[in-house]
Design a protein around this ligand. Structure first.
Ligand code: HEM
Length: 542
C-alpha cells in the first residue's frame, strides 16, 4: 500500500515536469540538442567507417551477425557485392574479408597480421600451443617445431623423408588390409581414414598407435570432431560477450574447456610415462623433444624464460592437441573428398588408375619415389584441394596494430579472414572452375604447375606448418587406394553430395562406398613388409 502510494507520488512528479516542459521552450531545445547529438554520432560513425573497407550495415549491437549463416558462403556473396576487401561488423567484432589472392599474399606476409583475435572461446585456450598463440611464444614455437619436425621426417629431402615414408607406409598397408576385409560391401570410410591418419601424427608426436575399434581412440576422435564443429560454428557469445551471461549461454566455452581437460589428461599420462623412461640423448618423439628442452632450460637456469614463462607442461599438452587435431581432421576430410570426386568423375578415376598401372605396375604399392612420374594422380589431389577448399577461411588472423591495406584502415584486434574458396573458384583465374579437371595443374611440358592463386595451405607467416606431411600422406594413401581398389556406389544409391558439413573444416557429408579389389588383384603386402609396430605403443583397449 505504502509502495503504491510512493510510486504514484513519483509518477505525479514526473507528470508535473513533462507538463512544465511542454508548456515552455525547453522541449524544442531538448529535441534540437538530441537531434544534434544523433547527427554528430552518425557523422563520426560515417567518418570512421569511411576509412574502413566497405561492407554491409546491420542493426546496432548485433550488426550483420544475424545475417551471416554459413560464413564462407555468405562472405562469397558479399565479396561479389562489395569487392575483394570488405568489412562487416559482427556484434562487437569487425570482420575484414580478403578475397583477392594478391591482397591475401600482401597482408599475410606482414608481421602485423600474425596476431589472433581475442574472443571468449580463444581465452578458453589460454593463448597456448601453436595455432592460437601469438607474439614471441608463437614465433619461437613455430621455429622450434619446424626444426624438430624436419628431424622426424617432415621434409622432402635427406634421410628424414625415408623415416616419414616408412611411418606412412605402415599405416597405408594397415588401411589396405582393413579395406580388403570390408569385402566390397558399402562402408563409411571415415573411421578407417581417421585411424590411419591419426596413427601417423600420433606416432610422430607421442609414439602412440591405435587399433581399429579401440574405444579410447573413438572417444578422442569424437572430442576432436566436436572441437572442430564448435570452433567452426557461429556463436553469439563470441561477438556479444554479454550474451554469455544469459542463463545457459556459456555452454560452448564450458564444453570446449571440459573436452580440453579430457584430452589433456590423456596427454598427461603419456608425458608422465615418457618422463620416467626419458633418455636425454635420444628423442623418440615430440614429447621427448619437449621434455629434453625443458630439462635443458632447467640446467641452464632459464626455466622462467622458456615458453615466455608459461606453464611448460600446459604448453606441451596444447602443442600435442594442436598437432593432433590439425594433422588428423584436414587429411581425413581431404581423402574423403578424393573418394567423392572419384565416384562423381569416373573418367578421372580411370585415368589415375591407368597411370598407376603403367608407372608403378601391379606387383607393388606406390612409393614417394613414384611421385614425379605420377603427375595425373598428384594433380587429381591438387584439384580436390582446390574444389573442396576444406579450410575456406584459414584460421582467423588479427592485426597487432592499426594497419593500412589497399588504402583502408584495418584496426588492431579486428578479425581478418582470407576467403580461400573464393580464390579457388574465381572464373577470372580458373577456366570453368566448377568442372573437376586435374589437367589444369599440368603445364605444356607435362609438368605440375601450382599457380600462386592456389593456396589450400594458406600463405605467409602463419601458413600451414604441416603441408609437407600432408602432401606426402595424401599422396601415399590416395595413390595406394586407387591402385588397389575401384571405388563404387551400391547400384541405386545417390551419389555423395558436394555440399560439405561445416565445422573448422568442410568435410563431406557421410556416405557409404564399396572398395572393390581391382582385377587382376594386386598382391597383399608380403609377410616381411607387414606393418612393423614394435616401436610404437598401443593404447586403449588393446
Ligand atoms: C590437407 C591437409 C591440410 C590443409 C588443407 C591445411 C590447411 C591449413 C591452413 C589453411 C592453415 C591456416 C593458414 C593461415 O591461417 O594463414 C593451417 C594452419 C596450420 N596447420 Fe595445416 N593443413 C593441413 C594439414 C596439416 C597437418 C598434417 C598438420 C600437422 C602437422 C598441420 C598443422 C597446422 C598448424 C600447426 C597450423 C597453424 C600454423 C600457425 O598458426 O602458425 N596442418 N593449415
Amino acid at each position: 500500500m505504502i509502495m503504491l502510494f510512493a510510486n504514484s507520488k513519483i509518477l505525479w512528479g514526473l507528470w508535473q515536469v513533462v507538463t512544465y516542459c511542454t508548456s515552455r521552450t525547453t522541449l524544442p531545445l531538448l529535441i534540437v540538442a538530441g537531434v544534434a547529438f544523433l547527427v554528430m554520432q552518425l557523422m563520426s560513425l560515417v567518418r570512421e567507417s569511411r576509412k574502413l573497407p566497405p561492407g554491409p550495415w546491420g542493426p546496432p549491437i548485433v550488426g550483420y551477425l544475424p545475417f551471416v549463416g554459413v560464413r564462407h558462403k555468405t562472405f562469397l556473396e558479399l565479396a561479389r557485392c562489395y569487392g575483394a576487401l570488405f568489412s562487416a561488423r559482427l556484434g562487437n567484432q569487425l570482420t575484414v574479408v580478403l578475397s583477392d589472392y594478391k591482397l591475401i599474399r600482401e597482408a599475410f606476409r606482414r608481421e602485423e597480421f600474425t596476431g589472433r583475435p581475442s574472443t571468449p572461446l580463444m581465452h578458453t585456450l589460454d593463448g597456448l600451443g601453436i595455432i592460437n598463440s601469438e607474439g614471441r611464444l608463437w614465433k619461437n614455437q613455430r621455429r622450434f617445431l619446424h626444426e624438430k619436425l624436419r628431424e622426424f621426417g617432415m621434409t622432402y629431402m635427406g634421410n628424414g623423408k625415408k623415416i616419414m615414408e616408412e611411418r606412412i607406409k605402415t599405416e597405408v598397408q594397415e588401411l589396405m588390409i582393413n579395406l580388403h576385409c570390408a569385402d566390397g560391401v558399402p562402408i563409411d570410410a571415415n573411421p578407417l581414414f581417421a585411424l590411419g591418419v591419426s596413427n601417423v601424427i600420433c606416432g610422430i608426436t607421442m609414439s602412440v598407435r591405435f587399433s581399429h575399434g579401440d574405444a579410447r581412440f573413438e572417444r578422442l576422435n569424437h572430442l576432436i570432431d566436436e572441437g572442430m564443429r564448435l570452433f567452426g560454428e557461429i556463436h553469439y557469445g563470441e561477438y556479444i560477450p554479454l550474451y554469455n551471461y544469459l542463463p545457459g549461454k556459456a555452454q560452448v566455452q564450458e564444453k570446449v574447456a571440459k573436452n580440453r581437460e579430457e584430452m589433456f589428461s590423456f596427454y598427461q599420462t603419456l608425458i608422465d610415462e615418457h618422463r620416467s623412461t626419458l633418455d636425454v640423448n635420444k628423442a623418440r618423439d615430440l614429447i621427448d623433444v619437449y621434455l629434453i628442452e625443458i630439462e635443458k632450460a632447467k640446467l641452464e637456469g632459464r626455466e622462467g624464460e622458456l615458453f615466455e614463462g608459461r606453464d611448460h607442461e600446459l604448453q606441451l599438452k596444447q602443442i600435442l592437441g594442436d598437432l593432433f587435431s590439425a594433422g588428423m581432421e584436414t587429411i581425413k576430410s581431404s581423402l574423403l573428398w578424393m573418394i567423392v570426386f572419384m565416384i562423381r568423375n569416373p573418367d578421372v578415376k580411370r585415368r589415375v588408375q591407368e597411370e598407376l598401372d603403367v608407372v608403378v605396375g601391379r606387383d607393388r604399392l606406390p612409393t614417394i619415389e613414384d611421385m614425379p612420374g605420377l603427375v595425373y594422380t598428384e594433380t587429381t589431389i591438387l584439384e580436390t584441394l582446390r574444389m573442396s577448399s576444406i579450410v575456406p577461411l584459414a584460421t582467423t588472423h588479427s592485426p597487432t596494430k592499426d594497419v593500412n591495406l589497399n588504402g583502408y584502415r584495418i584496426p588492431a584486434g579486428s578479425q581478418v579472414v582470407p576467403l580461400i574458396n573464393c580464390v579457388h573458384m574465381d572464373p577470372n583465374l580458373w577456366d570453368e572452375p566448377n568442372k573437376f579437371n586435374p589437367s589444369r595443374f599440368i603445364d605444356d611440358n607435362g609438368k605440375i604447375r601450382r599457380p600462386e592463386y592456389f593456396m589450400p595451405f594458406g600463405v605467409g607467416r602463419r601458413m600451414c606448418l604441416g603441408d609437407v606431411l600432408a602432401r606426402m600422406e595424401m599422396f601415399m594413401f590416395f595413390a595406394s587406394m586407387m591402385h588397389q581398389f575401384d571405388v563404387q556406389m551400391e547400384p541405386g544409391d545417390a551419389l555423395p553430395s558436394l555440399e560439405g558439413t561445416v565445422g573448422a573444416t568442410i568435410a563431406p557429408q557421410a556416405f557409404r562406398v564399396k572398395f572393390v579389389p581391382r582385377t587382376p588383384p594386386a598382391p597383399a603386402p608380403p609377410a616381411a613388409s607387414q606393418p612393423d609396430h614394435a616401436h610404437l605403443r598401443h593404447v586403449g583397449s588393446h
